[in-house]
Design a binder for this molecule. Sequence first.
Ligand SMILES: Nc1ncnc2c1ncn2[C@@H]1O[C@H](COP(=O)(O)OP(=O)(O)OP(=O)(O)O)[C@@H](O)[C@H]1O
Length: 232
Amino acid sequence: MSETTEQEPPVLWLKAVERSYKQGEAALDILKGAEFAVWPGESVALIAPSGTGKSTLLHIAGLLEAPDAGEVYVSGVATSGMADSDRTRIRRTEIGFVYQFHHLLPEFTALENVMLPQMIRGLTKKEAKTRAGELLGYLGLAERLNHRPAELSGGEQQRVAIARAVANAPRLLMADEPTGNLDPKTADHVFSALTQLVRASRLAAVVATHNMELAARMDRRVTIRDGLVVEL
Ligand SMILES: Nc1ncnc2c1ncn2[C@@H]1O[C@H](COP(=O)(O)OP(=O)(O)OP(=O)(O)O)[C@@H](O)[C@H]1O
């Protein structure tokens, strides 16, 4: 765990989270009281075998899905009793998402892809452009601002996706196999860029990965066992 964490509340805190799915008449208990917290500036690898509940956990932690029981605190705020619109607002302002595939808009340039979420949030075009340029520059893409996704390499596309995810300065970054589609060397570069950004911006990051080498470079590693989150 990184220093500093004692006084600050966790950015994400899952408390006694339960989630079951119906399977015919039976209930399939996936999360059975899971506890999980991530602090500012800390990166945590989630290494969970297929079917153990990785997606379920990421969806609940990312406020895309509500738990059956338990509570999800984001920056100290309990989210379970909230109206959907409030939960969506917290998701949009506090959480950034990166997926295995970049999902960039093909007709827009790298710069425009990073500007868009900011403009949707109400920043002026000029403000959005400045921040997008800075972020892309930080991620080593200063020479690629006006390229469309198809004109970028896989690693470059994924770095643009990372810039887009943090464009609105979220406090939590959720990444699901962010390097899963890249060759090992490119994965290494993208991963380094991501962890550097997490530390520099004091984000809390949860990165689901099957890559043990990359997971070893994060602050902590957790898995899901018998419906609980356990440290590795
Ligand atoms: N909507 C649903 N209805 C019924 N069962 C579900 C539903 N969603 C997931 N499950 C089941 O719950 C279990 C956990 O699902 P989850 O998607 O969280 O797994 P996962 O660990 O992310 O797996 P993978 O890495 O293969 O995507 C699986 O056995 C899955 O079949």
